[in-house]
Write a protein that binds this ligand. Sequence first.
Ligand SMILES: NC(=O)c1ccc[n+]([C@@H]2O[C@H](COP(=O)([O-])OP(=O)(O)OC[C@H]3O[C@@H](n4cnc5c(N)ncnc54)[C@H](O)[C@@H]3O)[C@@H](O)[C@H]2O)c1
Length: 337
Amino acid sequence: MSDICRGRVAVVTGAGRGVGRGHALELARQGACVVVNDLGGSVDGTGADVGPAKGVVDEILALGGEAVANTDDVADWEGARRLVETAIGAFGRLDVVVNNAGILRDRMLFNMTEAEWDAVIRVHLKGTFAPTRWAASYWRDEHKAGRPVDARVISTSSTSGLFANPGQSNYGAAKSGIATFSIIAAKELARYGVTVNAIAPGARTRMTEHLGGRPAPPPGEWDDRAPENVAPLVAWLAGPASRDVTGQVFLVGGGRIAVARGWERGPGVDHGARWEPAALDDVVPALVAEAGPGGRPEEQPQARSAEAGPGGRPEEQPQARSAEAGPGGRPERMTGA
Ligand SMILES: NC(=O)c1ccc[n+]([C@@H]2O[C@H](COP(=O)([O-])OP(=O)(O)OC[C@H]3O[C@@H](n4cnc5c(N)ncnc54)[C@H](O)[C@@H]3O)[C@@H](O)[C@H]2O)c1
C-alpha cells in the first residue's frame, strides 16, 4: 500500500458520514493523522450527535491509523478555530484542511424561507471560509517564522453550483461561491506554500439517495457511486506531489476525474460611447446568439441532476488530465489582480 500522506496532519469536516468519511479513511490509509470533524446533525442541518465522528475515529484506529474526533460546527467562528487548534494540539501541526461538511434545504426560490437560505449559505460558505481562515493564519505565521509550509486546502463544490441546478438556489449559490473562494484563496496563499483546490463530487450518500439513481450493486462488484471513490483524488491533492496544482476545480466520481472550466469572456462589443438603451435591441441578442447555447439551462443536461454525478458520463468530461486544461487556473497566470 502506498503512503503518500505519511507524516501529514489533516482536518476533514463532515467526516462522520458519506463522502467525508471516505476522505478521512483514505487519508489515514495513506499515513496521515486525521481530525475527524462532524457535528452529527440531520441532512437539513438540525440536531447534533457525537456518534458519526467517533465512529470514523474508531474505524481509523482499528486500521492502525491515528485520528481524533471533533464535533464543532464548522460555520461557528470559534468552533472553526477550535477545530484547527485540535489538529495542532493532538498532532503538533496542520498540513491539510478538507472542507466537506454540508447540508441541504432544497426549495424553489419563490417558496424559500429566510431560514432555509441562511442555513445553507452558512454551513457551506462560512463553513468553508472559517476553517480555511484559521488554518491560513496559522500557515502564514509558520511561514513568517521560517518553518517550511507545504499545505493544502481542498473544499467541496458541486455540479449544482457549477452547472446551475433549479430548486437549489441556496445550495448552488454557496457551491459556486466555494469554487470562486478556492480560486481567490489559491492566489492569496500561494506565497505561503499553500495550495487551494475544490472538488465537485458525485456519490450515493444520504444527501443523494432520494434522487433515485443506480442502487448499490451486490458486494464485490464495482460500485460507480460509492462515496469512497471520491477519496483518492483528495488524498493525492493532500499529498506533496500536488504542490504545483492550485486554483483548480475538479469533477470527480466513480473512476472519473475532470477539470472544470469556468467563466470566460465571450463575444463583446465596444461602442466607444455611452449606449442609448433602445439601441441594444439588436446588439444584446446578437451577442447572446454569437456566444452560443452554453449558458442556457435546458441545453445542459447534467444541470438537472445536481448531486447525481460529477457531470457524470465520461463523454461529458473530455479533459481528464489537468495539463490538458491549460494554464488558466495557475496562480502565476492569475496574479496581478
Ligand atoms: N453526495 C454527492 O453526490 C455530492 C455531490 C456534490 C456535492 N456534495 C457535497 O459533498 C459534501 C459531503 O456530502 P455527503 O453527500 O457525504 O453528505 P452527508 O450528509 O452524508 O455528509 C455530510 C456530513 O456533514 C456533516 N455536517 C453538516 N453540517 C455540519 C457542520 N455545520 N459542522 C460539521 N459537520 C457538519 C453532517 O453531519 C454529515 O455527516 C457536502 O458538502 C455536499 O454538499 C455531495
